[in-house]
Ligand binder design. Structure first.
Ligand SMILES: [Zn+2]
Length: 446
């Protein structure tokens, strides 16, 4: 078995060094003079796409930019009838973001294909690398524009969205020379897909804390978001005795502490709860808060754990508000189901991690990723890589070491070369006769 120590020799870090150098180079293309900003369909964004397409071609892929700006590279199998495995991630960024969020997954795939192409290695399936044009939702406040088109769920009403300068998405695409009438044609045929695998920087501190370069994602958390409004009575801070108050803010404080305590109880399910917005409208230093508005974001690796926490929090709101004579309204503003990763893909990823000399470790993803959308049409898996600097992301301080980039690339390469399509379900005799056999796979040595 190749040990981690062997993998860390300078020569073996070649893939990682390439990935980091490419990320640095793309990071110099920015809408801002200081920091990295690459939002949907700006000149920066389009220049980034052209770079990616060029690197894909140099790596031996057929590359094109589709009607929503996704950069698609295909590394073709020698078997023209073969089905397709997709890998990739997004190339847009938040404002003043990091160089690796999203891009690492794209650049890792390109580096791995280039390596295979240089060594004359072919695969028994088509490998498609997709650099998704939009995931973050920064410019048009709508996330996953790229992957929604790939799964055939791009909502045409989105074309009427405006950016902060009042420019329509429809006009932005037309001006960039994109053919709006061919957006529907981007949709992949699910029966052609073998699965989707995404390499992504963790964007959190778990792997750093565990001392591990990579981890296997078990599930992408589903979230529920609420806007909560408490209404008490605004009265004089000096003349109203403590026992006679209807203070909306202290009632909210009680709920916030409960959310923290309740969500700490189910770490197994990666349950987390956050009140990111907290507001006393028209608050004044000498007035008891008559109103308090706050947001809630509850996430977990499975819907049952998340919903159980939400039910407990709603019951707590009811009890506290009754005791404190507070009126309240709760509005659910968003809900996304969790996307579990496919056990058969996770098992193959785990084996590749183990062969790299790394202990396979599973973790849930608290953040949404393109894999979440892809899971609607095919089985998905994700490999997280260690995020340096305390796990900070969506920030220029986000870091990825060339060693970790290299280990992730070697694991993806090894995974692809050992990849076996999903085992067919045990079939009855008659069903077996009528269903086509899974394509044969081979193992390779360099
Ligand atoms: Zn990302």
């Amino acid at each position: 078995m190749t040990t981690l120590k062997q993998l860390n020799t300078p020569q073996q870090n070649a893939l990682g060094a390439t990935i980091v150098a490419w990320a640095e180079q793309l990071g110099t293309l920015s809408e801002d003079q200081h920091g990295l900003t690459c939002t949907y369909m700006t000149a920066t964004h389009r220049a980034t796409a052209i770079h990616l397409a060029q690197w894909m071609r140099e790596a031996g892929m057929h590359a094109h930019i589709d009607a929503v700006g996704n950069v698609v590279g295909r590394f073709l199998s020698t078997d023209p009838q073969a089905r397709t495995l997709i890998t990739g991630s997004h190339y847009d960024t938040v404002r003043n973001g990091g160089k690796y969020d999203g891009r690492q997954g794209i650049l890792t795939a390109i580096a791995v294909v280039k390596h295979m192409n240089d060594k004359g290695i072919s695969l028994p399936f088509h490998l498609e690398v997709i650099a998704f044009a939009e995931e973050e939702g920064v410019r048009f406040k709508s996330t996953f524009l790229g992957s929604s088109a790939v799964i055939g769920q791009f909502d045409p009403e989105l074309l009427e969205l405006k950016d902060r300068d009042g420019i329509l998405l429809r006009d932005v695409l037309a001006e960039a020379g994109q053919d709006l009438s061919s957006i529907d044609a981007i949709a992949r045929d699910p029966s052609d897909l073998l699965g989707y695998v995404e390499v992504h920087i963790e964007q959190g501190p778990v792997l750093l804390d565990k001392g591990l370069p990579v981890g296997i994602v078990s599930s992408i958390a589903g979230s529920r978001r609420f806007q909560v409004e408490f209404k008490g009575v605004a009265s004089h801070a000096g003349t109203t005795p403590m026992a006679l108050r209807k203070d909306a803010a202290t009632a909210a404080a009680e709920i916030l502490l409960y959310v923290e305590q309740r969500c700490a109880q189910d770490q197994e399910s990666s349950l987390v709860g956050t009140a990111g917005q907290l507001h006393v409208p028209n608050g004044s230093v000498n007035v008891i808060p008559g109103a308090c508005h706050f947001s809630l974001d509850i996430r977990a690796a499975n819907n049952a754990a998340r919903d159980a926490a939400v039910a407990d929090i709603m019951a707590k709101i009811e009890t506290v508000c009754q005791l404190r004579h507070i009126e309240y309204t709760v509005e659910q503003v968003a809900e996304a189901g969790c996307a579990p990763c496919a056990p058969w893909l996770m098992a193959q990823l785990s084996s590749a991690v183990e062969r790299a000399g790394v202990a396979p470790f599973q973790l849930a993803s608290g953040a949404g990723h393109d894999a979440m959308l892809m899971s609607r049409v095919t089985d998905v898996a994700m490999l997280f890589t260690r995020c340096g600097n305390g796990g900070i992301s969506h920030n220029p301080l986000e870091t990825l070491s060339p060693q970790d980039a290299d280990i992730a690339a070697r694991i993806l390469l090894d995974f692809l070369r050992h990849f076996k399509p999903k085992p067919a379900r045990p079939a009855t005799r008659s069903a077996k006769l009528s269903s086509p056999a899974e394509p044969a796979t081979q193992e390779y040595t360099e």
